[in-house]
Write a new protein. Structure first.
Length: 302
């Protein structure tokens, strides 16, 4: 995914791996009961070497890029270490796999990815194979991932506007097509919010609400299309009537998108909540990569 994105020249990319260290009751770790001091040192040195080799492999694959690469090995709880670096370091975007080595194949989202997505204070891009499956051969004969189509979910909230801005800031490859989707829920809300009104009154309210919401949807999609068209991207828009998460997931499958971009919350998002229900459902069940856009932070890198 890092190869596929067109990160700005000299963007600082920290390549991080965490060697897991689980603490049991009393602060006991496996290292403590591993045996002699020499055995513990040998085991730790071996793990350190494996982590180093992993990082070196990643940096080699990115050596052709114009990025400023920095490698970092940390020991401890993977979630805590990733969040400590992303939340308190100078980081603007976290890119990570949607599942790790220990995650069950039965789940679409791994435990570490889920926790980072929920609690990170910066934008997070969760990568699934679909987002890197299509590739093209380079002059050197290598294959690199490409991003053909991105689905941007926008409800007019500041959170979804942030997701759009992240895509523009990255930026996406110019060949990418951006599809802006807005889901209308007025036909659901009218019945839920006014259950005691008679049928005719409900029908009148519903008709007015739908007309107003459809007009707003057209305004939102047109505004976002213009933002991306101004940067040279091909765009399209779609307005779907139904639940937001379900509509986004269905549209992603229909259009075969490589990335879904959503805001961390929607119009009904409560500031104190860490992640909106729509964003979490999309991240959990999407068959492609998902970008969770959060508020901008002053940063020196990604």
């Amino acid at each position: 995914m890092v190869e596929a994105l067109h990160l700005p020249y000299q963007t600082e990319v920290v390549v991080l791996t965490v060697v897991p260290e689980h603490k049991f009751l009393g602060g006991i770790t496996l290292d403590v009961i591993r045996g002699t001091t020499s055995a513990r040192k040998k085991a730790k040195a071996e793990q350190q070497q494996k982590a180093l080799e992993l990082l070196q492999g990643t940096t080699r694959s990115l050596s052709w890029s114009k990025l400023k690469l920095e490698t970092l090995i940390r020991w401890g709880n993977p979630v805590e270490e990733i969040l400590n670096l992303s939340n308190y370091g100078d980081i603007s975007l976290v890119i990570m796999g949607a599942k790790g080595l220990t995650d069950s194949l039965a789940f679409r989202l791994g435990n570490v990815a889920l926790a980072v997505m929920k609690y990170a204070k910066t934008s997070v891009l969760l990568v699934r194979p679909k987002g890197a499956s299509a590739s093209k051969a380079t002059r050197a004969g290598e294959k690199r991932a490409i991003i053909n189509r991105v689905l941007l979910a926008n409800d007019g909230s500041k959170y979804s506007d942030r997701a759009a801005q992240v895509l523009l800031d990255i930026p996406l490859p110019r060949r990418s097509e951006v599809i802006v989707i807005t889901a209308l829920q007025s036909h659901l809300a009218a019945w839920v919010k006014t259950p005691t009104l008679d049928f005719q009154t409900n029908q009148e309210i519903l008709a007015k609400l739908q007309a107003a919401e459809e007009s707003e949807a057209q305004r939102i999609t047109a505004k976002n299309e213009k933002r991306f068209q101004a940067k040279g991207y091909k765009t399209a828009s779609v307005v779907i009537r139904g639940g937001a998460a379900e509509s986004i997931l269905a549209a992603s499958k229909e259009y075969g998108t490589d990335i879904i971009a959503v805001g961390s919350k929607g119009l009904t998002g409560i500031e104190s909540l860490l992640l909106g229900s729509v964003a979490e459902r999309v991240a959990r069940y999407a068959h492609c990569s998902v970008l969770i856009g959060r508020a901008a932070r002053k940063s020196r890198g990604s």
